[in-house]
Ligand binder design. Structure first.
Ligand SMILES: [Zn+2]
Ligand SMILES: [Zn+2]
Length: 265
């Protein structure tokens, strides 16, 4: 049995803003530095795992983000039927990572203890900390807990052969990254452990943060877990689409992360 995985980054949304908003302390050369929004598919020989579930059209409207393509549509383009998916991993509970509550009716959801404790506990009394969370997302997860559809993880956990989750915290208290074996080695899907390449490559933390020290340690952890710096995938960087080969001809915003990045010009 081949226990390597194919990996896809599937863009579904976009948000224009400037670099100063992406680093604590701003940016000396402030200019446009937009965010892309992704979900990721981890496709093994016999099982498929989805990392994060994105947001839907109504959340996009309320939060004034651009929904480029509904998440389910992007998955179908690469042959994944959402209603057949058995496992969803949530990196954390921010609105752009855990919406589309009914898209995966068969799935079990994998989340860290610390993340659910955080987004249902006293920190949510503070609007500053609550801002990236939507009540509907949290309520939906609680309903899934009561339906017996949630697997809790505490720290490092093996979800399948050569597929592990690792709590790093920092950006949100129970943020987890995913480590996956591919043909090119160990890839770390960092999600919001690092929004951009620049955050972890230059050790410049992102300003939405629960613990700056945990965020910086998270960069170290990702480097330890990944086969190289080129095996770390940031959560919101449009450069991911430039660096990795397209999964489908004629589609620029679904890329293969299990294949080597394209040589830079
Ligand atoms: Zn986040
Ligand atoms: Zn995010």
């Amino acid at each position: 049995m081949d226990h390597t995985y194919k990996l896809y980054a599937i863009r579904y949304g976009h948000f224009d803003r400037n670099a100063a908003a992406n680093f604590i302390g701003g940016d000396a050369h402030d200019g446009p530095m937009p965010l892309d929004y992704f979900v990721w598919a981890i496709v093994g020989e016999s099982r498929t795992f989805i990392l994060d579930t994105g947001f839907d059209a109504s959340t996009a409207g309320r939060r004034q983000r651009q929904l480029l393509r509904p998440v389910g549509e992007g998955l179908k383009m690469i042959g994944i039927e959402p209603d057949q998916v058995q496992d969803v991993i949530l990196s954390h509970m921010h609105f752009d990572h855990c919406g589309n509550h009914d898209l995966f009716p068969q799935a079990r959801y994998h989340v860290q203890d610390a993340e659910m404790a955080y987004c249902t506990g006293r920190c949510m009394c503070h609007s500053f900390l609550r801002h990236p969370f939507d009540y509907e997302d949290v309520a939906s997860m609680v309903s899934k807990i009561f339906a017996g559809r949630v697997d809790f993880h505490d720290g490092t956990s093996e979800i399948a052969p050569n597929l592990t989750v690792h709590k790093v915290g920092g950006h949100s208290r129970g943020l987890q990254v995913v480590r996956v074996l591919t043909e090119r080695g160990w890839v770390v899907l960092g999600s919001d452990a690092s929004h951009f390449y620049a955050n972890f490559e230059q050790n410049r933390p992102f300003p939405v943060v629960e613990s700056v020290s945990d965020m910086l340690e998270g960069y170290v952890t990702m480097r330890r877990l990944a086969s190289s710096g080129q095996h770390i995938i940031p959560g919101h960087d449009p450069l991911v689409l430039e660096r990795y080969p397209a999964a489908l001809s004629g589609v620029t915003d679904i890329v293969r992360l299990d294949l080597d990045p394209k040589p830079t010009a």
